[in-house]
Design a binder for this molecule. Sequence first.
Ligand SMILES: *[C@@H]1O[C@H](CO)[C@@H](O)[C@H](O)[C@H]1NC(C)=O
Ligand SMILES: *[C@@H]1O[C@H](CO)[C@@H](O)[C@H](O)[C@H]1NC(C)=O
Ligand SMILES: [Cu+2]
Length: 328
Amino acid sequence: MILLSATFSSLLVSLVSAHGYITSYLIDGASYPAWNPYGAATQPGPINRPFYQDGPATPFENGTAIICNGNNLPTSTNAPVTAGSTITTIWDWPSVHPGPVMGYLAKCNGPCASFFDDGPWVKFQQDGYDASLATPWAEERLRAAQSWNWTIPPELEDGEYLLRTEILGLHAASNVGGAQFYPSCAHLVVSSGTDGAWPQGIHIDGAYTDYDPGILVALYTITPENPAYTPPGGPVLLPTSGAGAPPPSSTSSTSTSAPTQSSTSTSSSSTSKTTTTSTATSKTTTTSAAGPTQTKYGQCGGVGWTGPTTCASGSTCTVSNAYYSQCL
Ligand SMILES: *[C@@H]1O[C@H](CO)[C@@H](O)[C@H](O)[C@H]1NC(C)=O
Ligand SMILES: *[C@@H]1O[C@H](CO)[C@@H](O)[C@H](O)[C@H]1NC(C)=O
Ligand SMILES: [Cu+2]
């Protein structure tokens, strides 16, 4: 069992009220709704697994919260994604939780709806503390943007995967059990992968421990002068190139110290988002539409939103908050 202690965490939970959650996923030009922990018991089409409060997810909540948040029930909607493309997660993430931002993938070996194992998870992306940036902590950059980009490796084998995205808040992490984990797991169906060899991966329960130097750490000791910080869960591991695959052009993203948000991943995401809007028609739960019309349940406005603001017929653009309007 994971050893993160409950006592300090419960105290800290009661001191911090508003945390945050993903509101939508942008994948291959389509927008998919995320589970709203304050919404109805049944919600149409979230691609991430339901949970019942906005965090932090700590292991004492039914044991598995550290894996996919405070519940580990499957969702019924899978999002198709092209291997090598960039997924953008849009957050409602108002309060301060400096720390790393990490992305993992797990092969579901069949339908993700019947996959409940703790991985093995392959950490394909992470950003921690980058002293070369004006805003060094990844979470601070995420909070400024209310979004984050994830570059799905091109070398995947086609099939269903869980995408586990995680923010780790370190503001109270100098106490054992004080680190705050905000994971979320989405169901993806990957296609056009190049069949690379899949790395071994980790189990979160076991790889993450109370005394990991990335988990039990005094935030104020990490400064531009002393920038050393290693997120938990080990290094980024990517599948190796598959036979017949094009030569790897994005291996620089394997470096854990590289600011992946501003390097190779950004150019690929803008390309994929502007050129693949036609793939929105492959969505399972929404009506499709050509041109700048957003599909039902998709995002249609909010701070920083540059996508379509017109909704498909039968739905209306409805403001959820300053960062997110949705076709409902
Ligand atoms: C824990 O399990 C109970 C019973 O299944 C459920 O009602 C509750 O929502 C769960 N809590 C979390 C945080 O998932
Ligand atoms: C995500 O990628 C887009 C497109 O390249 C870019 O405009 C945006 O700034 C990126 N977001 C973050 C948080 O880096
Ligand atoms: Cu919080």
